[in-house]
Design a protein around this ligand. Structure first.
Ligand code: GLP
Length: 254
C-alpha cells in the first residue's frame, strides 16, 4: 500500500480530488466508487469547485456508492442518497441513470444487492473506489467479522457504528440498525482504491490496517492484498504509524 501523509484535511481532499481528476482526464468514462461520511465531504467540495472553475464535463462518469442505511427512504435527510445529492450530484452533470446507490427502500434486499452487483459488472468494474474507514476498521459497512469473500449484502450494524452515526439523526433512536453495503470482495475488485482518513480517532484503525495481521476482525487489513491502494492520511490519522510511514507501508505490502 502506498501511504501519502499530509498535514491537514484540506490537503487530503486536494490530493484525492487531483488523483481522480487526473484519471478522469485520461478516461472520461471513469467508473467511480463513492463513499459517504464526514471524511469525503471536502473531497466532493473540491471536485465541484474544479468542475465549476474549469467548466469540466462529467457526463461520461458512472458512479456506484458503497453503502446505504436500511431501511431508509431516499428522501430522508440522513440517507446516503440525499447526502450524495447535496454534496456532489446536484452540482455536476453526471446523468441520473449513471448514478447507482443501493436502495434503502427495496423490499427484497437480496434482489437489490444482485442488481447492484450486476450493474458494476456491466459498467466494466469500478476504476477508482473512494473509501473512508470506521474507528473499528470497517470499510463501507463491512463490520469486523465480515467474510473477505462477501459481495453486496444486508448487514446488522454494530453498537459502535450505531453510536458513531446516530448523532446525525434528529432523534438518535431513528437511526436504522441495518445497512446495505458493497461486500469486501466487491471493494477488492476495484482497479484502484483511495482510502481517506482524518484525525486521531482513526489512527488506531489505520495502524492496525497497515501494520497488523490481515484478518476479518479488521476489515481494512485486507487492503494489503490489493495491488493498487493509496492511503491519504492527515497528521492525526498517521500519528500511530511511527516515523517511517513509507517504510512501514512498503514492508507491509510485501
Ligand atoms: C460510515 C460509512 C463508511 C465511512 C465511515 C467513517 O458509517 N459507512 O463508509 O467510511 O463510517 O465515517 P466518517 O468519515 O464520518 O468518519
Amino acid at each position: 500500500m502506498k501511504v501519502v501523509k499530509v498535514e491537514k484535511y484540506e490537503e487530503v481532499c486536494e490530493h484525492a480530488s487531483e488523483m481522480v481528476l487526473t484519471a478522469w482526464k485520461q478516461h472520461p468514462q471513469l467508473v467511480l466508487g463513492l463513499a459517504t461520511g464526514s471524511t469525503p465531504i471536502g473531497f466532493y467540495r473540491r471536485l465541484v469547485e474544479r468542475y465549476l472553475q474549469e467548466r469540466l464535463d462529467f457526463s461520461g462518469i458512472t458512479t456506484f456508492n458503497l453503502d446505504e442505511y436500511y431501511p431508509i427512504k431516499r428522501s430522508h435527510p440522513q440517507s446516503f442518497a440525499r447526502f450524495m445529492k447535496e454534496h456532489f450530484f446536484d452540482h455536476v452533470n453526471i446523468p441520473a441513470e449513471q448514478i447507482h446507490i443501493l436502495n434503502g427502500e427495496a423490499l427484497d434486499t437480496g434482489e437489490e444487492c444482485s442488481r447492484f452487483e450486476a450493474g458494476i459488472d456491466a459498467a466494466g468494474g469500478v476504476d477508482i473506489q473512494i473509501l473512508g474507514i470506521g474507528r473499528n476498521g470497517h470499510i463501507g459497512f463491512n463490520e469486523p467479522g465480515t467474510p473477505f469473500g462477501s459481495r453486496s449484502h444486508l448487514v446488522a450494524l454494530t453498537a459502535s457504528t450505531i453510536q458513531a452515526n446516530s448523532r446525525f439523526f434528529a432523534d438518535p433512536s431513528e437511526m436504522p440498525r441495518h445497512a446495505l453495503t458493497m461486500g469486501i470482495q466487491t471493494i477488492m475488485k476495484s482497479k484502484k482504491i483511495l482510502l481517506l482518513a482524518v484525525g486521531e480517532g482513526k489512527a488506531e484503525a489505520i495502524r492496525l490496517a497497515l501494520q497488523g495481521p490481515v484478518t476479518e476482525a479488521m476489515p481494512a487489513s485486507i487492503l494489503k492484498r490489493h495491488p493498487d491502494v493509496t492511503l491519504i492520511l492527515d497528521r492525526g490519522a498517521a500519528s500511530l504509524l511511527g516515523g517511517g510511514v513509507q517504510d512501514a507501508a512498503a514492508r507491509d505490502s510485501q
